[in-house]
Design a protein around this ligand. Structure first.
Ligand SMILES: [Zn+2]
Length: 334
């Protein structure tokens, strides 16, 4: 990890943390929560730098050349430990937490803080979470545990209650719009990008810069083809299984919700996929509403499943989805 500037929408949180640090009021454990793509990890890493840099400035910016900064940049500062899911696993395991407990029994090498970054904290399995809870119940002095979580509500309530919580999801809309305008070409639809990423500016930037917006349009074309009986559901599922499944399911869910919403209100201001208005308008008259709700439930289940379980083969689950799309059209209007 490298020292970096604090992102503008995270400044208020940074100020709070720096003030607490200067007044020696930092708690033993912090929980930085909020949707993916806000910069939570970056904020946590900058805090680690600010606490371990030996020549830190009052605003928390770091020198970049002291021993502390060098060791952090090189990835082996002895007073810092990081817990992430191991390769080929979606979980943080009890052995890793045991390593953390062991780390906390040592005295600080350089006389300052000992810091652990756990990310994402909801990846801890039950044993690991229970192990961490014991540590939180009797936190050692001069130790800071930083938990980063995309879904803090999935953590044990007893873990949440022992951390000072920062909800990074409440961002200043003007600030993130201005920041994105400065990063992107003027023709980019920032409003749409933010709607598709749950208002997370870093995620919106990644979405705009990669191929995913093109893939999204291709998926909407596929839905047209499926509903009109022009393409094969099995082949479509095979194609879809190559995509980022989280994005794919989120697009399908928002598309279907837009259609359902439009069919009952005919209002366009609440649509997520506002660039697809004519399509949504058309399908809002074509879909069987009851079956649409069933499909929505199915997509929601798949979304939760892909988010909680490792190593799922998406193809067969997506076949169920594409076939259900075909059945969701009203028979009379095919
Ligand atoms: Zn430094």
């Amino acid at each position: 990890m490298k020292p970096a500037a604090i992102l503008p929408w995270l400044q208020p949180h940074w100020q709070t943390l720096m003030t607490a640090h200067q007044q020696k009021r930092l708690p033993h454990a912090l929980l930085l929560g909020g949707q993916r793509g806000l910069g939570k990890t970056q904020l946590a890493e900058q805090l680690v730098y600010a606490l371990l840099c030996q020549d830190v400035r009052p605003d928390g910016s770091v020198c970049g050349h002291c021993r502390g900064c060098h060791l952090l940049s090189a990835g082996h500062h002895p007073d810092f430990i990081r817990l992430n899911p191991l390769e080929n696993s979606q979980n943080i395991l009890i052995d890793q937490v045991r390593g953390l407990i062991q780390f906390c029994t040592l005295t600080s090498h350089y006389g300052g803080y000992q810091i652990a970054l756990i990310e994402p904290a909801e990846a801890m399995n039950q044993n690991a979470a229970n192990g961490l809870l014991k540590l939180l119940e009797e936190p050692p002095d001069n130790t800071l545990l930083i938990l980063v979580s995309h879904r803090p509500m999935q953590l044990l309530a007893t873990i949440r209650s022992r951390c000072q919580r920062f909800d990074l999801g409440r961002v200043n809309q003007t600030e993130i719009n201005t920041w994105l305008q400065a990063q992107l070409e003027p023709e980019q639809d920032i409003d749409l990008l933010l709607k598709l990423t749950l208002n997370a500016p870093l995620a919106a930037l990644v979405l705009a810069q990669g191929e995913d917006m093109k893939i999204r349009r291709a998926v909407f074309n596929d839905i047209d083809g499926l509903i009109q009986g022009k393409i094969d559901p099995v082949k479509t599922a095979q194609q879809w299984s190559q995509y980022n499944i989280n994005y794919l399911l989120y697009w399908l869910i928002t598309w279907l919700m837009d259609v359902i919403r439009f069919s009952s209100t005919a209002q366009k201001q609440w649509l997520v996929n506002h660039d697809q208005l004519s399509r949504i308008e058309f399908f809002s008259q074509q879909l069987d509403l009851k079956k649409s709700f069933e499909l929505l439930e199915l997509l929601g289940e798949h979304y939760r499943l892909f988010n909680s379980t490792a190593n799922i083969k998406p193809q067969s689950l997506l076949e169920v989805v594409t076939m259900t799309f075909v059945e969701t059209t009203l028979p009379l209007r095919k």
